[in-house]
Write a protein that binds this ligand. Structure first.
Ligand SMILES: Nc1ncnc2c1ncn2[C@@H]1O[C@H](COP(=O)(O)OP(=O)(O)OP(=O)(O)O)[C@@H](O)[C@H]1O
Ligand SMILES: [Mg+2]
Length: 303
């Protein structure tokens, strides 16, 4: 599989070859236009804030955020999921929640932040953005300061905060990711997803000076695909991306979630997979991911 990378002279070509090696029928990757945005560096108060993000949309961020939250709750953690996809929020849809108060009300001063924190079916807490927050899909000084205030106020009350971000590298997405100390990139094995994941990871290395990000391969076709894809993506990063320290950007493979029809069924029924079919392959994979997150990111701190 490594040979798939060697003759390619651009990241897109290398990733197309990598994806094709995993999926012989794959089509060539599309290019995503770049976008500007200068997020602030992650604050040191955010040690257990994990941004769940992706280059391409629709790859499973909300599914992973909600079900990982349920799995971490089962492991005894106090978990908050924040709908950080301000313009196109849909965590409420997936969880079948109809909140009276959303971030919109908090941002406009109509409600206290406390009243926007609600209980989700999996036993964790959520703060929902509410759909139609179009005015917040741009990073204005208000969005920036309100968002920061929400995180700074709520984070200390939880063991872990998951930020279900939007896709891509817009300034709002990059800002929400900048508030997290850890980044979990979700990608599928498709070449478009890998190319966009690469673009997002490159921006995180250059703009946010990150040295490492974590990768979950969702909708994997076969066991082992995720690890191979992670290795190939790492090789492309080694060739084309240098971090501020001069060391390569490190990609940490956190696990794979197989393509599983139960996921779509759960979404259609607007229920959590971890509750409807906890024994299905995708739910077992999420439980394994939670175990790894627990062991690597949530172990008791020494400080
Ligand atoms: N492992 C899986 N197996 C089968 N289908 C899946 C899997 N993961 C996600 N899906 C399907 O993909 C759809 C999109 O997932 P989701 O809404 O979580 O993506 P997203 O990355 O949050 O999208 P957006 O970028 O729009 O926020 C789900 O509704 C589900 O039908
Ligand atoms: Mg989503």
């Amino acid at each position: 599989m490594n040979d798939a990378l060697s003759p390619s002279s651009t990241p897109a070509a290398a990733l197309a070859a990598a994806s094709a090696a995993a999926h012989p029928d794959a089509t060539p990757p599309a290019q995503r236009p770049g976008s500007a945005g200068g997020p602030t560096p992650a604050s040191r108060h955010t040690s257990r804030i994990i941004a769940v993000t992706s280059g391409k949309g629709g790859v499973g961020k909300t599914f992973v955020s909600a079900n990982l939250a349920a799995a971490l709750t089962r492991r005894g953690h106090r978990v908050l999921v924040l709908d950080a996809d301000l313009g196109l929020a849909n965590l409420d849809v997936v969880l079948n929640l109809h909140p009276k108060i959303t971030l919109h009300d908090v941002f406009t001063g109509k409600a206290q932040l406390e009243s926007a924190v609600i209980q989700a079916p999996g036993g964790f807490s959520v703060v929902l953005a509410g759909s139609g927050m179009v005015e917040y899909s741009r990073l204005t000084p208000t969005v920036r300061s309100e968002f920061l205030n929400v995180i700074n106020t709520l984070a200390p009350r939880f063991d872990v905060v998951l930020l279900d971000t939007g896709a891509g590298i817009s300034d709002v997405v990059l800002f929400s990711v900048s508030l997290a100390s850890e980044v979990l990139v979700v990608a599928t094995p498709e070449p478009t997803s890998l190319t966009d994941a690469y673009a997002a990871i490159k921006v995180l290395a250059t703009q946010q000076k990150r040295q490492q990000v974590r990768l979950v391969v969702n909708q994997a076709a076969r066991p082992g695909d995720g690890r191979a894809i992670c290795g190939q993506l790492q090789q492309v990063l080694d060739r084309f991306v240098t971090t501020e320290s001069g060391r390569p950007m490190r990609l940490i493979h956190m696990g794979d979630i197989p393509a599983d029809p139960s996921v779509r069924d759960a979404v259609m029924r607007r229920q959590l997979l971890m509750l409807t079919t906890p024994g299905c392959p995708a739910a077992l994979a999420v439980a394994q991911l939670a175990s790894k997150v627990d062991a690597t990111l949530l172990a008791p701190r020494q400080d």
